[in-house]
Design a protein around this ligand. Structure first.
Ligand code: NI
Length: 196
């Protein structure tokens, strides 16, 4: 929506444009709806959506992004990176992943509490309870099954992104609002432009 540069993908000969979309902010009703599963895989439309989501996530230096955050009502999330996130330089690397129609199942009943931010809730951080260990399943762009076990930060990012597909933002998961506040107050040393 903002920047458009033509890029031709050598392997598919599909024309993909570089597109950084505007990220919807909390209050927009499109962030609070449960969205639809993808019915058709491997299409140019789906490939372009995922490409746009990566462009938008990287431009915002996010750890992940869900389709509803750019106003698309489909069950598509992207997360992770093949290089360390400047936001979380000390955290273990989460592999760059496209996950479509995801299902999350907790492994055990352990919970962990840690700080999260969200590109749709800019300037704020909160401590959010999540399952410590999960199995997630879903599909990649071509419709191949994806199945992985994850824990720690990886598990947290997946739970946060998949919540967006059910219309849930992280403050709606919080139980203690004394642990919710402005990044500049909670973490004065942190770059306030980095959200998640
Ligand atoms: Ni988010």
């Amino acid at each position: 929506m903002c920047k458009q540069n033509g890029l031709r993908s050598a392997d598919t000969h599909t024309f993909l444009t570089m597109a950084v979309h505007k990220i919807l902010k909390m209050g927009d009703p499109r962030l609070f709806r449960a969205v639809l599963p993808v019915a058709e895989f491997g299409t140019d439309t789906l490939r372009q959506l995922v490409s746009d989501m990566y462009d938008t996530m990287r431009a915002a230096k996010g750890a992940g992004l869900a389709a509803p955050q750019i106003g698309v009502d489909l069950q598509v999330v992207v997360f992770g990176s093949d290089a360390p996130n400047p936001r979380y330089p000390d955290r273990p690397l989460v592999p760059a992943t496209v996950l479509i129609n995801p299902v999350i199942t907790p492994i055990g009943d352990g919970e962990a509490l840690d700080w999260e931010g969200c590109l749709s809730v800019p300037g704020l951080r909160g401590r959010v309870p999540r399952w410590s260990r999960i199995r997630y399943t879903g599909y990649d762009l071509q419709g191949n099954a994806v199945e992985r076990d994850a824990e720690g930060f990886h598990a947290r990012v997946v739970q946060h992104e998949c919540d967006h597909l059910a219309g849930i933002l992280y403050p709606m998961r919080m139980r203690d609002f004394t642990q919710f506040g402005f990044t500049e107050v909670l973490f004065p040393e942190m770059d306030p432009d980095l959200d998640d």
